[in-house]
Design a binder for this molecule. Structure first.
Ligand code: ADP
Ligand code: MG
Length: 595
């Protein structure tokens, strides 16, 4: 409630500002708005997606220069003539140019990992800046003037006071689009990027696509800001599109709160006002002229990174009463399910799988099958190669040699996303979840492949029907594994055993016919193990095939229909639990010869 009041107050202030503020303050507010749009793109790209870009100013430049050129050129080539004359066509053209350039740059640079990506963005940030300054038809370093004012409904937005509403409508529009996106299936896929690509891919998320998408969206936001800038300033030169401004944009996003939509506004506001203030006062205080504010900014950045990594937004919201989190269990129609394979039918068949890590043979001629409606246990001492085998059959890793068939299809060379689509879903021995997302949202990531609505409908909020059904399905799975009471807790606050259980719900949300569980009972208490066993029996009864890696012998022997025992990467025994338990080779290997 308090938050809603604050938002209403903020919007009210925004609305009346031009009526009361001075010319100077209007200009300041206009610039804050323009910067906030770029910073918002960085919140999505860097704060949420974890991809750092220093080059956003270049995209602002593309938006500004495209419209500047098209609206001032004396004569355009025939094919482009329809783009001239109107700033709105300039916007369209700018979005197209920026989209194309960003797509190509994204394809080239997003493959880079770690610190190579930021370096890549610096490289093209500098290149585009020099391109603007060196192209004759863009006015070189002098720039271009005579850019027409925007007109809206017959009103010419000539002065800052009129332009103000245009800028802030764009800011609020961008906030709305971004928030919608983040609270959607595609948004969860984007947020999953920070949890590492292995989990996201295993849940069917095309992580390369998600990265390109947020890169594109951030670039297009920057382009809109540049377009507005060009028609506000009515003059462009390369200076505001250089690398140091790109760094400033990143600074705004980080100071505001890199993973928070409203943080972009706070960051843009704080930095812009502070910069203005420092530019005025520092030279007076020091009695010399110079860009002293940059030095203060540098020190401030280090302070923020040390003391308030999450930026100002989380600090500010601490003083506002928390909004009562939505605790209504989502309700909705069931999603379509895949047909259940006939019980007893072979689902998974691994034939003579070898996996070598350098000289180490982690899987040595491993074969196994899993049928629909059975629990097949893979056991063996630590380091025997069980998890490696899991990775090979689920496409997280690929076998060095051998063949894997899933539902009769060769999947040896498919990646985990493609295999997930065929109906295999897994958990991880070392839990991989998103600690700052709720249990429900984490589980919903598992349902990624069961939705189809894309980014555009998510941003425009046109996918609500599908979204409700997805969340309802996730809620059913959360209840099914017994985590109902924790549904709206943050996943990171759960005990390890519950986090494992969450992973099972996430895997089930994909509607698999084969479930791969890597040590699901580790860290569970006795009662929790009992209910896990009960759940697995129930799933088996429904025709699910389950491949289970487990340490707890009592747990395995009471549950498994068949057992494969591994040691040193090889299969040393296979059979019914009773037979295997009595097998001297197994006793020797697994129990160290103790009987
Ligand atoms: P288990 O799950 O049965 O405990 P793992 O499959 O995790 O065993 O490991 C089998 C062997 O392979 C171990 O010796 C482990 O150190 C090695 N191994 C696993 N993954 C890798 C990797 N990515 N690179 C090198 N060695 C690995
Ligand atoms: Mg393991």
């Amino acid at each position: 409630m308090a938050r809603r009041l604050l938002l209403a107050g903020f919007l009210g202030l925004l609305l009346i500002s031009p009526l009361v503020a001075s010319e100077f303050h209007i200009t300041l507010l206009n610039y804050i708005g323009l910067y906030a749009i770029v910073a918002l793109g960085l919140v999505l790209l860097t704060g949420v997606g974890g991809l750092t870009s220093f080059g956003q100013a270049a995209f602002v430049g593309l938006g500004a220069y495209t419209t500047a050129y098209l609206s001032t050129a004396q004569s355009l080539p025939g094919w482009a003539s329809m783009l001239g004359g109107s700033p709105w066509m300039g916007l369209l053209a700018g979005l197209l140019v920026t989209g194309l350039v960003a797509y190509l740059l994204g394809l080239l640079t997003l493959r880079l990992s770690g610190h190579y990506l930021p370096l890549g963005t610096i490289a093209w940030g500098i290149s585009l800046y020099f391109l603007f300054g060196n192209l004759e038809f863009l006015g070189g370093h002098t720039g271009m003037s005579g850019i027409p004012a925007l007109s809206l409904f017959g009103i010419e937005l000539r002065d800052g006071r009129k332009f103000y509403y245009m800028v802030w409508a764009a800011v609020l529009g961008a906030v709305w689009l971004t928030q919608n996106l983040l609270n959607s299936r595609e948004g969860r896929a984007i947020r999953a990027l920070k949890g590492g690509v292995v989990m996201a891919e295993a849940m069917g998320v095309d992580t390369a696509r998600s990265k390109v998408l947020i890169f594109l969206i951030a670039a297009l936001f920057a382009c809109v800001s540049g377009w507005l800038y060009a028609h506000l300033q009515r003059f462009v030169n390369p200076t505001p599109f250089g690398l140091h401004i790109g760094i400033e944009y990143l600074f705004m996003a980080v100071v505001g709160g890199a993973a928070h939509v409203w943080g972009a506004l706070i960051g843009a506001g704080v930095i812009t006002v502070l910069k203005q203030w420092l530019q005025d006062w520092l030279p007076r205080l020091l009695g010399a002229s110079g860009n002293f504010e940059m030095i203060v900014f540098g020190v401030m950045m280090i302070f923020v990174l040390q003391r308030a990594r999450d930026g100002l937004w989380p600090i500010l919201t601490r003083f506002v009463p928390q909004r009562e989190a939505k605790r209504e269990v989502p309700q909705g129609d069931a999603l379509p399910k895949r047909p259940v394979p006939e019980s007893g039918r072979v689902l998974l068949e691994a034939r003579n799988v070898f996996k070598r890590f350098g000289g180490l043979v982690a899987n040595n001629n491993m074969s196994l099958t899993v049928k629909a409606g059975e629990v097949m246990a893979l056991i063996g001492p630590n380091g025997a190669g069980k998890s490696t085998m899991f990775n090979c059959v689920s496409g997280v890793d690929s076998a060095t040699e051998g063949e894997v068939l899933f539902r009769g299809e060769a999947v040896t060379h498919l990646n985990s996303r493609q295999i997930a689509r065929l109906g295999m879903s897994r958990t991880f021995q070392h839990v991989r979840l998103l600690p700052t997302m709720t249990v429900l949202e984490n589980v919903a990531i598992g349902g990624h492949l069961r939705g189809s609505k894309g980014v555009l409908s998510a941003m425009l909020h046109l996918e609500r029907g599908e979204e409700v059904r997805l969340l309802a399905e996730a809620a059913r799975q959360v209840e099914r594994v017994g985590l109902r009471d924790a549904m709206f807790e943050l996943a990171g606050s759960l005990a390890l055993g519950q986090q494992r259980t969450l992973e099972i719900a996430r895997a089930l949300c994909a509607d698999p016919c084969l479930l791969l569980l890597d040590e699901p009972a580790a860290g569970l208490r006795y009662m929790e193990k009992q209910s896990l066993a009960e759940l697995l029996r129930k799933l088996r009864g429904e025709g699910m095939g389950i491949l289970l890696v487990e340490h707890d012998m009592d747990f395995v022997m009471g549950l498994a229909d068949r057992v494969v025992v591994m040691e040193f990467g090889e299969k040393i025994a296979e059979g019914l639990p009773d037979e295997v338990q009595r097998d001297p080779v197994v006793l020797e290997a697994y129990l160290g010869g103790v009987d």
